[in-house]
Design a protein around this ligand. Structure first.
Ligand code: GZL
Length: 334
């Protein structure tokens, strides 16, 4: 009896072992297959900030279009919901998956050295897009593609000086983007420089709407309760401007070309330029989200052993409500 039990147990053990082996072989094979199928593809891991704005959606769309399977790419996009911790986890996951390239759209400038060193140690090139990072070692990333945010803000301030008066008394309300992001830092610095330069300009309120419409509305509701006179609303992106307009509509405050409060916005998304064309936004500074083709070209050149320029700025324009045309809006890609 005992002998029969021992034989049964050994058959069971062998079956389990073979199953385990078979399963692991399948897994290995699957992994191999995956690698084989993906092996012919260039695998790109993209850590995206989130889905907070129209700009961000256009940016994601641009990357998806550039890194299509028919062009030989497998693009893995991870949405960080505007949290740096989730971006760091995404980068570690890309390293574990042994992707060929990592693309990072950093939510803030600080705090990347440790995880970028892990990517460097794993031999995976990192390309930064959109906002910039502060790092102690510039070799921790291969290239950067993005905007000059300080220049964007400077363009807005020059328009304010020319059209609202550098010699005028202006009560300015300021809706800031996500604090610590390059876009917020650059656009804020430009406005602060404008206020310092023009003695009649007063920043009556400044608060972050985190680049979202909901928070933009929330902040503007508070500002409207405190300040009966706002001559200029400087919004660091279109979605916060939309939220601010909602808040102003609810209390009957007027804005835009014919209104009491002049609105400056950033991004020049399709929705933002539509509002500009309608005269609701007075001046809209473009922030070009179409990084996909630029990053794809960088990767193509890296694959051939070339060394693309470390920094590449995208082209950007600005739109005045009194000048923009429907035709201009219709021909834009986003
Ligand atoms: C700018 C980008 C900003 C946009 C916002 O390059 O980082 O983040 O201005 C977006 O709309 O949310």
């Amino acid at each position: 009896m005992k002998k029969m039990l021992a034989v049964a147990m050994s058959i069971l053990a062998l079956t389990f072992a073979s199953y385990t082996v078979r399963e692991s072989r399948c897994a290995d094979a699957a992994k191999d297959d995956k690698q084989t199928s993906a092996g012919a593809m260039t695998v790109v891991g993209f850590s995206q900030v989130g889905v907070e704005s129209d700009w961000r959606m256009a940016n994601t769309q641009s990357m998806k279009k550039a890194f299509s399977e028919k062009k030989g790419y497998k693009l893995i996009i991870k949405d960080a919901q505007q949290k740096q911790s989730r971006q760091i986890a995404a980068i570690r996951d890309f390293i574990a998956q042994r992707v060929d390239y990592i693309v990072l759209a950093p939510v803030t400038e600080e705090g990347w050295d440790k995880v970028l060193r892990e990517a460097k140690d794993a031999g995976i090139p990192v390309i930064i897009v959109d906002r910039m990072i502060k790092t102690s070692d510039n070799d921790l990333f291969t290239c950067w593609v993005g905007s000059d945010f300080r220049k964007e803000g400077g363009t807005a301030v020059i328009w304010m000086e020319k059209n609202l008066g550098s010699d005028k008394d202006l009560h300015i309300a300021h809706l800031q983007g996500s604090m610590g992001s390059s876009a917020q830092i650059g656009r804020t610095e430009a406005l602060q420089a404008g206020v310092s330069k023009n003695p009649g300009w007063r920043m009556v309120a400044s608060d972050s709407g985190d680049f979202t419409q909901a928070k933009g509305k929330e902040v503007m509701e508070r500002i409207l309760k405190q300040y009966p006179q706002i001559d200029v609303l400087y919004c660091e992106n279109d979605n916060m401007a939309f939220g601010a307009m909602e808040a102003m509509d609810e209390v009957g405050r007027t804005y835009g070309v014919k209104g009491a409060t002049k609105i400056i916005s950033f991004d020049a998304t399709h929705a933002g330029l539509t509002a500009t064309l309608e005269g609701k936004i007075n001046f809209n500074v473009e922030c070009n989200p179409l990084h996909g083709p630029r990053v794809e070209e960088i990767i193509r050149r890296l694959k051939t052993g070339e060394r693309p320029a470390k920094l590449a700025y995208v082209d950007e324009a600005a739109f005045d409500a009194t000048v923009i045309t429907q035709a201009e809006l219709d021909q834009r890609e986003y």
